[in-house]
Design a protein around this ligand. Structure first.
Ligand code: OXD
Ligand code: MN
Length: 600
């Protein structure tokens, strides 16, 4: 071997645990050189220029979009790969029925064979990063070793990266060990393996964000949820927002929605015009880490420092704050490009230009090209500090106190626009049974519900039954718990029309939730939860008929009978670790519903 591997020592840290691990991984992957990332502006400039010279990034129009660059991924590598994502725990039972499992020895052996020499002739970047505000006791450090300059530049936006992370870590061995190589970007040699017991992630064969920005889904959710269970806190797939009322009081809410259900839009919501003096602030758009504070409330931080958002559908109508956020220092992946170096995607404002270069680099002509110009999962990676609605507390090491937790699926039927849980157990039940309908047009089975508990189906790093138990147990730790709500923006009429307009009008639902938290309004008790009394629900200047609002809010006992039966099938799938409390809770609800419909 004739590599000119540079020294694994660095002036950035003398943490012996970091140094010896980097050394060990370099011996395995055999890079030509090792570059330690300090996170400086100078480094960002240098690496951006390098990425441009290598064709990894293309500069966009710097007058219109200063500091913005464009990247195209391999067409075989455009999304997270759930079937190639593994939880490597000593037993299969620990990973549970919703995860792919591999034994740790097998995982290390299999991936070592692939990583062996995978960085020959390449640079290994050492990327130290903090998830969460620097100096916060709620934050965690990771170090990602990667041979992708694209990953480094994205990590710089998405995390607090560089020397600050090594300073935060000090001499401690407590950091996540992330190893990533793009190898030859071949789905046959692509694996995303998590070793929760070792706080380690090995990802190979992909260059796509969710698989390779290891701080995000891999550390902040999969490993994070495991650490949360062990250490008594919650790592959740939730946005965090603050709502300020005209009196200047701010209430913070955390909300879980499945991927691609508009979390970024909700986190950046602009209230309707008549909400004078109200303001919504973004703390985070994807992930919340929540711990009990000294005051007995649940406090949340957003572990991320940027947004890795879906571009298609983002417009001045759907999300004006996002459109402002992505005007500078943003990386775009797999969107389309205009002839003057601007970006475009389906659902952006206005008519598509006559001519574009599509996400695969091919010419795209309006009215002629059949394929979409941007990939449906095209992304922007944008710094949080660009967001005009960014909360002044987003970087607060204490986090923000959570008054309400919202769960929301994408349901065409059954689930009302909003309901409040009777108690903590019922709220956990909301989360555990959350789901979205598949259209399943190909098989004709419309209305099959894919359960996505707490929106964590692809992200829970341990047995989902134990995860439910952990949620139930958290009640003991939280003397002043948040109230729990369930929302559904996606209910449809029998003819398939959406009953609720969503977007900014979701403020009306948020207002009711805040009113409940403050004890300002009562609620009607139904068999399955507490729903708004019409007089308390704001419909001023709402462009929807009263009948449609009623239909969106309706609780139909017959629909619920079917729903509760189906929830039983889901609980069966969870298997032996499904908490008895939630099973009994389902039986109780079902029994009452059956009494109502006359079936009992
Ligand atoms: C995401 C996801 O990218 O949930 O945030 O898939
Ligand atoms: Mn997400």
């Amino acid at each position: 071997m004739t590599t000119t591997t540079s020294s694994t020592t660095t002036s950035l840290t003398n943490n012996s645990h970091v140094l010896s691990w980097v050394d060990e991984m370099a011996k395995l992957t055999k890079p030509e050189r090792i570059v330690w990332c300090d996170g400086s502006d100078e480094e960002n400039k240098r690496l951006t220029e390098l990425a441009v010279s290598q064709g990894v990034l293309e500069p966009l129009n710097q007058q219109k979009l200063p500091g913005c660059y464009y990247s195209r991924s391999n067409p075989n590598d455009v999304a997270r790969v759930e079937h190639l994502t593994f939880i490597c725990t000593p037993t299969k039972e620990e990973a549970g029925p919703t995860n792919n499992w591999m034994a740790p020895d097998e995982g290390y052996a299999k991936l070592s064979r692939l990583f062996d020499g995978s960085m020959k002739g390449r640079t290994m970047y050492v990327v130290p990063y903090v998830m969460g505000p620097v100096g916060s006791p709620m934050s965690k450090v990771g170090v990602e070793l990667t041979d992708s300059v694209y990953v480094v530049l994205n990590m710089r936006i998405m995390t607090r990266m560089g020397k600050q992370a090594l300073d935060h870590l000090g001499p401690s061995p407590d950091f996540n060990r992330g190893l990533h190589s793009t190898l030859d970007v071949n789905p046959e040699r692509r694996f995303i393996c998590h070793f929760p017991q070792d706080n380690t992630i090995w990802s190979i064969g992909s260059g796509y964000g969710g698989n390779v920005l290891l701080g995000k889904k891999c550390l902040a959710l999969r490993i994070g949820s495991y650490l949360g269970q062990k250490e008594g806190w919650l790592a959740e797939h939730m946005l965090i927002l603050g709502v300020e009322n005209p009196q200047g009081e701010t209430f913070y809410v955390a909300a879980a929605f499945p991927s691609a259900c508009g979390k970024t839009n909700f986190a950046m919501l602009i209230p309707p015009a008549h909400y004078k003096g109200w303001k919504v602030y973004t703390v985070g758009d994807d992930i919340a880490w929540m711990r009990v504070g000294e005051d007995g409330r649940l406090w949340a931080i957003n572990p991320e420092a940027g947004y890795f958002g879906v571009a298609p559908g983002t417009s001045l109508k759907s999300n004006p704050n996002a459109m402002k956020t992505i005007l500078s220092n943003t990386l775009f992946t797999n969107v389309a490009k205009t002839d003057d170096g601007d970006v475009w995607w389906e659902g952006k404002d206005g008519e598509p230009p006559d001519h574009l270069t599509d996400w695969q680099g091919k010419p795209w002509v309006k009215g002629q090209s059949k394929e979409k110009a941007a990939h449906p999962n095209a992304r922007f990676t944008a710094p949080a500090i660009n967001n005009p609605a960014l909360s002044p507390k987003w970087n607060d090491p204490k986090g923000v106190p959570i008054s309400a937790i919202i769960f929301g699926g994408r349901r065409a039927t059954t689930v009302p626009l909003v309901q409040e849980a009777f108690n903590w157990t019922h709220g956990v039940y909301f989360g555990a049974t959350m789901g979205s309908e598949t259209t399943a047009a190909a098989t004709g089975q419309v209305g099959i519900v894919r359960r996505d508990p707490m929106a964590m189906l692809p992200f829970c790093g341990y047995n989902v039954g134990d995860y439910f138990t952990h949620w139930l147990d958290m009640q003991k730790r939280i003397p002043n718990p948040p109230r729990i709500f369930m929302v559904n923006w996606f209910r449809q009429s029998p003819t398939g029309k959406f009953l609720w307009p969503g977007f900014g009008d979701n403020m009306r639902v948020l207002k009711w939730i805040i009113d409940r938290v403050e004890g300002r309004v009562g609620a009607d008790e139904t068999l399955i939860g507490l729903v708004p009394r019409r007089k308390d629900f704001d419909t001023v200047a709402l462009d929807v008929s009263a009948q449609d609002v009623d239909a969106a809010m309706r609780v139909d006992a017959h629909e619920w009978e079917q729903e509760l039966e189906q929830q039983g099938e889901w609980f069966e799938k969870v298997g032996s670790r499904m908490p008895r409390t939630l099973k009994l809770h389902r039986e109780l609800l079902l029994e009452r519903v059956k009494q109502w419909t006359g079936q009992a």
